[in-house]
Write a protein that binds this ligand. Structure first.
Ligand SMILES: Nc1nc2c(c(=O)[nH]1)N(C=O)[C@@H](CNc1ccc(C(=O)N[C@@H](CCC(=O)O)C(=O)O)cc1)CN2
Ligand SMILES: Nc1nc2c(ncn2[C@@H]2O[C@H](COP(=O)(O)OP(=O)(O)OP(=O)(O)O)[C@@H](O)[C@H]2O)c(=O)[nH]1
Ligand SMILES: [K+]
Ligand SMILES: [Mg+2]
Length: 463
């Protein structure tokens, strides 16, 4: 449990050298604490500061009167601050020694070192943001691509929060009607007809499904996807990795078994953070090092979201390719790369087994740059499955939220089934109340201390 009585402090900027560094102080004593360290040439005092203005001055160590740094101090008055409490920021020069020193002085004046995520946790506990917005803060910090940052920014703005609030309100209204039905069945108050009730529940369930339909893209942008390049030795796997990265990252030679270890790189593919993995060519081998590489390739195939399965046009699809295909399950999305088309342009994969003919495919010669773009486009088509949602409509990306929405949709489904089976009102209301509570887990209104601690512990210090 956070003690809201304490005034907390931490370095808010990234460790290392920077032009400016910020020490953030939040809580009832923030102004007094900083005032005790601060000297202004014009004699101005932090305790008399006007909100949202800055003061120029020095941080002074009282023990020896030494000037520690030249700074600017900002003040945001509760409840209009990031945490909802009084916040004072010291903007100093951005070296770790200076920042640590000032933080030390702030702590000596009575502030407590903030726990990871504690500033954001206070913003949540003080009601300035809901839990989905607090989680968006960390997603925004961690975002790997523009598109992922946009999803987090939408969520931070409260787009998910707004939907959840409205849906919960609708559920409460339905519950109120049902309660009236249960408590005063014969009185002359407004009752919903059964059909009306079913219509409302169906509408709400549709709204949940609508949100869920868009969540897949948000989740992909937030979490990225793992794309594993696999195939026999020498088909051009490392050439493909290099082409996609536009970098000679992996060694390419005409010797089969060149790649021994797994090579992993991150790539921004049209906004999707892609973890691209090149693997050792899979084959039977007596070479111990290569064997270990092949084992690793198989392990990575297990973990892949998408497999770029490379084959060689010159040799066609042979028994060794078939062995590798057997390692793929229906869980894998596969994009077949029919490479070395320059050597045998007439090869079109006709010898592929019937059951693999449905795999989407690209014909390439990796000696040609344009063909890389064909692979990228095919990969994006596979990832988005032809459905690209406008970015402003993406604000749902976190598996915790998605699971809660799925659960709530199921609870409504079960309420509808109960209605259709002619069950009494109090029976239905259990599921509807359940859905209302489940959705409260997204906004944080119905989650326990343990889960809150778990969520905020993922934050960095100073956030
Ligand atoms: N220097 C600095 N920059 C920063 C932050 C910070 O804490 N300090 N932030 C920290 O993450 C972010 C900005 N987040 C903030 C969120 C809310 C408020 C705030 O005062 N909200 C008031 C509204 C003020 C107004 O409308 O004028 C409020 O909600 O009542 C301030 C910063 C990014 N940049
Ligand atoms: N003609 C032709 N050669 C290619 C093509 N793509 C790759 N190569 C060549 O094929 C050879 C093997 O390429 P790599 O990228 O090392 O193949 P790999 O699948 O990573 O091989 P291992 O790591 O040994 O499993 C190299 O000499 C490449 O230059 C292509 O489209 N056409
Ligand atoms: K090779
Ligand atoms: Mg290789």
């Amino acid at each position: 449990m956070v003690n809201l009585e304490d005034t907390i402090a931490a370095i808010a900027t990234a460790p290392g050298e920077g032009g400016i560094g910020i020490i953030r102080v939040s809580g009832g004593e923030a102004k007094k604490i900083v005032d005790n360290l601060f000297v202004s040439p014009k004699g101005k005092k932090v305790i008399h500061m006007v909100p949202y203005q800055m003061l120029y001055g020095y941080i002074v160590d009282k023990t020896d009167g030494a000037m520690v740094d030249e700074v600017l101090v900002a003040f945001m008055q509760r409840p209009h601050s990031f945490t909802g409490e009084d916040v004072v920021e010291i903007h100093s020069h951005g070296g770790m020694v200076v920042l640590q020193k000032i933080l030390g002085l702030v702590l000596k004046e009575g502030a407590r070192l903030a726990e990871p995520g504690e500033f954001t946790k206070r913003a949540f506990i003080n009601g300035r943001i809901d839990l989905s917005q607090a989680e968006a803060v960390i997603d925004l910090i961690r975002a790997q691509t523009d598109a992922a940052a946009k999803v987090a920014a939408n969520q931070l703005q409260g787009k998910l929060k707004q939907h959840i609030m409205e849906i919960r309100q609708q559920l409460l209204q339905v519950l109120a009607y049902l309660e009236a039905e249960i408590d005063f069945p014969d009185e002359d108050i407004e009752h919903l007809t059964g059909i009306q009730l079913a219509n409302r529940l169906t509408q709400i369930r549709e709204r949940l499904n609508d949100l869920l339909a868009r969540s897949r893209q948000g989740k992909i942008l937030r979490e990225g996807i793992r794309v594993v390049i696999a195939g026999k030795p020498n088909v051009g796997k490392s050439s493909l990795l290099n082409a996609l990265l536009r970098d000679r990252r992996a060694i390419v030679t005409d010797i089969p078994g060149t790649t021994r270890d797994v090579i992993e790189e991150v790539l921004n593919l049209g906004g999707v953070p892609v973890r691209l993995v090149d693997t050792a060519g899979i084959r039977e081998t007596k070479d111990l090092v290569e064997q270990l590489g092949v084992e690793k390739s198989k392990e990575w195939l297990e973990k892949a979201d998408v497999v770029l399965f490379v084959i060689n046009s010159a040799t066609g699809f042979n028994i060794e390719d078939a062995e590798i295909a057997r390692l793929l399950s229906s869980r894998h999305q596969v994009l077949l790369i029919i490479n070395k088309q320059d050597l045998k342009p007439e090869y079109k994969g006709e010898d592929l087994p019937e059951e693999l003919q449905h795999w989407p495919r690209v014909y390439t010669s990796l000696l040609q740059e344009e063909d890389t773009r064909k692979v990228e486009q095919a990969l994006l088509d596979l990832i988005w499955q032809g459905k690209v949602v406008p970015s402003q409509e993406l604000f749902l990306s976190n598996q915790r939220h998605i699971s809660a929405l799925e659960k709530a949709a199921g609870q409504l489904e079960s309420a509808l089934a109960a209605y259709q089976a002619g069950m009494p009102a109090d029976y239905l209301s259990i599921d509807i109340r359940g859905a209302w509570e489940t959705l409260g887990e997204i906004s944080g209104e119905t989650v326990g201390e343990d889960l809150l601690d778990l969520i905020f512990s993922q934050f960095c210090i100073g956030k």
